[in-house]
Design a binder for this molecule. Structure first.
Ligand code: B12
Length: 223
């Protein structure tokens, strides 16, 4: 399923986000998502609303420059569960991964830290997740990643979920050794990894991503 995203050009001055929000509020348009960026040297506001037609007419009537694009809507099926493994209190990295994935349209459920391995298998079931993301920063916490995989196998759920790992001490070869579905060096690389695991087109780069020296990598035996 796709939705319309409005990429709105604004001036580089305070109050522009409020101006756009008010513009839409006056027409009773509900904003589902809003983000700003300065990507190409020009400030932009990206908005997704419940009402494309009224959004379009409100922006046009106010003389605001904008472009429209289709974005992929990620439903419950694409939910990911991100969490540091049992005993691991490093939250910064997994927070960034979650944010990047959310920005890319994934529905992410952050479960918290230092949780029992079985807990988020239960949560993955509850949220009908497709990907379980484990963040492990310590040599002492990485062993919980294969533990989760073992539980999934024991429960006959191994093929129901893709399991990916990341964090300072995680590497592609460790992911491979434990038969995880993927690994990513950082939050940005986690996006093509997850898209690839969901069967989305990530371009030519996919061909390279089976090598350990690639910033995002997936387990080709499962794809
Ligand atoms: C900040 C930090 C802490 C903070 C954590 C604060 C917090 N709320 O997160 C505090 C002070 C609490 C801490 C504690 C400890 N830490 Co510490 N910590 C670090 C440090 C300096 C930075 C980690 C970090 O947040 N980086 C910033 C993030 C943004 O970058 P990142 O880690 O690269 O994350 C990216 C990727 O890893 C990836 N990623 C992360 N998760 C995931 C998940 C998935 C699914 C995917 C695909 C990708 C992915 O994407 C992220 C974003 O781009 C590292 C050193 C280092 N250089 O990494 C040590 C380090 C991880 N800590 C270490 C240690 C030893 C500890 C302690 C045991 C220290 C002690 N004796 O108490 C405790 C353990 C606490 C615990 N039980 O977890 C060691 C681990 C060594 C080892 N071999 O196990 C390190 C490597 C430092 C070192 N060189 O010794 N630590």
């Amino acid at each position: 399923m796709t939705l319309k995203q409005f990429d709105i050009s604004v001036e580089n001055k305070p109050g522009e986000v409020a101006r756009i929000a008010e513009l839409l509020a006056k027409r009773a348009v509900n904003i589902r998502g809003i983000a700003t960026d300065f990507g190409k040297g020009h400030p932009m506001i990206h908005v997704i609303t419940d009402d494309d037609a009224t959004t379009r007419s409100a922006l046009t009537a106010s003389g605001t420059e904008f472009m429209e694009k289709e974005i992929i809507v990620v439903t419950q099926r694409y939910a990911t569960i991100e969490e540091p493994t049992q005993g691991d209190l490093h939250t910064i990295g997994y927070g960034l991964v979650s944010t990047q994935l959310e920005l890319a349209g994934f529905e992410v459920h952050k479960l918290g830290i230092d949780l029992d391995s079985m807990y988020f298998i239960e949560k993955a079931k509850e949220h009908n997740a497709d990907i379980i993301g484990l963040s492990a920063f310590l040599v002492t916490t990485i062993p919980y990643c294969p533990e989760v995989l073992a539980y999934l196998c024991d429960m006959g759920l191994r093929d129901k979920y893709k399991l990916i790992i990341g964090g300072t001490e995680c590497t592609a070869d460790k992911a491979d050794a434990m038969d995880a579905d993927g690994w990513a060096l950082n939050a940005v690389a986690a996006v093509p990894l997850c898209k690839r695991l969901m069967g989305k087109d990530v371009g030519e780069e996919a061909k390279l991503a089976t090598g350990y020296n690639h910033p995002w990598w997936y387990n080709s035996r499962r794809n």
